[in-house]
Design a protein around this ligand. Structure first.
Ligand code: AMP
Ligand code: MG
Length: 332
């Protein structure tokens, strides 16, 4: 009897250690941090294939940047389109362009991915300064999404001097591509951030911080409690300079070519789609609270607007937002 009990205990111990071992393998977490898309990228993946996934995510992001989206890498698709005034697109890229043109139209041109020439003059990436007025007017005259047409996989630019720029949407495109890859792998969950855009993947309750517009990158004013989805933030705190007491930031009003000045300091969008979350965060920042809320509602997204006077306005699912910095309060 005693022997049988010892044997049973031994079998139980072996089974337990096997279970613990497999649970460890299945819940293994891998992380990768690197610089790409002119910003910091981080990937944290949990599950059996987590090591493989973080390595593949890095390759995928770098490949999309260098071969498709970058304006500075000479041979990328976007560089070639800008140089040649158009080009052939594969099915997936054509679908992305189609969504972007839809956001341009539905936002009444507040979102415009042909503003590259204007953005270049402000030069926020390296040595920003207020552009010469004539040069700004000239660059603006060549922008305008209406000059872009998409037909049977071919993109044509009516004005060859227009400059396509994926600064406001490329991070979201990357997240959608990462998600399409992750669904094919054996993992439990993942969090992938490309600058201000984050993919939350898997069946888990996630908590995401909304950055403090007045603080540094690690300081937050609110939390989002959500499941799988994408979150993107646009803010006047991301890239800016100050001259004569005035802040000039990188989100531009396509009508004037100057930074948007409408009382907002940040907008966060929650969407199933990375591309929509990224493009709409920029579009809603330009449109302001009222029109931005209408646009977010049209796409079925949740939008969180943060004003200079520390009010938070929410369109959509307000239940997911928890304000954690008590100097901020709900505006609606
Ligand atoms: P985001 O951080 O996603 O809001 O994107 C900001 C970037 O988008 C800028 O650095 C510009 O490259 C580009 N951009 C600025 N203004 C606009 C606009 N009105 N529509 C589309 N892209 C813009
Ligand atoms: Mg954006």
């Amino acid at each position: 009897m005693k022997k049988a009990a010892v044997a049973a205990a031994a079998v139980f111990a072996v089974l337990l250690s096997v279970f613990v071992f497999y649970d460890g393998v299945l819940n293994k977490t891998s992380e990768a941090d690197f610089f790409s898309m002119k910003t910091y990228v981080s990937a944290k993946v949990t599950g059996y294939e987590s090591d493989l996934c973080t390595a593949e995510i890095q390759k995928l992001v770098e490949n999309l940047d260098v071969n498709i989206l970058s304006r500075t890498s000479g041979n990328s698709l976007v560089s070639r389109i800008n140089k040649n005034g158009g080009g052939e697109l594969d099915l997936q890229t054509a679908a992305y362009f189609s969504v972007l043109l839809d956001v341009c139209e539905k936002s009444g041109g507040a979102f415009d991915f042909t503003l590259g020439g204007v953005s270049d003059l402000w030069n926020f990436g390296s040595a920003p300064s207020i552009p010469d007025e004539k040069a700004l007017a000239e660059a603006l005259s060549h922008s305008g999404y209406e000059k872009i047409s998409l037909s049977e996989g071919r993109l044509s630019m009516q004005d060859k001097a227009a400059v396509l720029d994926f600064g406001a949407s490329g991070k979201g495109i990357v997240l959608d591509s990462v998600k399409a890859y992750l669904v094919t792998r054996d993992i439990r969950n993942a969090v992938v951030s490309v600058g201000g855009s984050t993919l939350l993947f898997g069946d888990k309750d996630f908590t995401v911080g909304i950055r403090n517009p007045e603080g540094n990158a690690g300081s937050y004013i609110a939390k989002l409690h959500m499941g799988e989805g994408c979150v993107s933030s646009s803010g006047s705190y991301e890239q800016f300079f100050e001259e004569n007491g005035k802040r000039y930031h990188h989100i531009l009003n396509p009508e004037t070519g100057y930074p948007v000045d409408n009382g907002l300091v940040g907008v966060t969008i929650v969407s199933e789609s990375g591309l929509l979350s990224d493009a709409l965060s920029t579009a809603c920042f330009v449109l302001g609270i009222e029109k931005g809320s209408a646009l977010a509602a049209e796409y079925g997204c949740t939008a969180i607007f943060i004003t200079e006077d520390k009010k938070i306005y929410i369109e959509g699912d307000a239940d997911i937002v928890e304000i954690t910095d008590t100097t901020y309060s709900y505006g609606n």
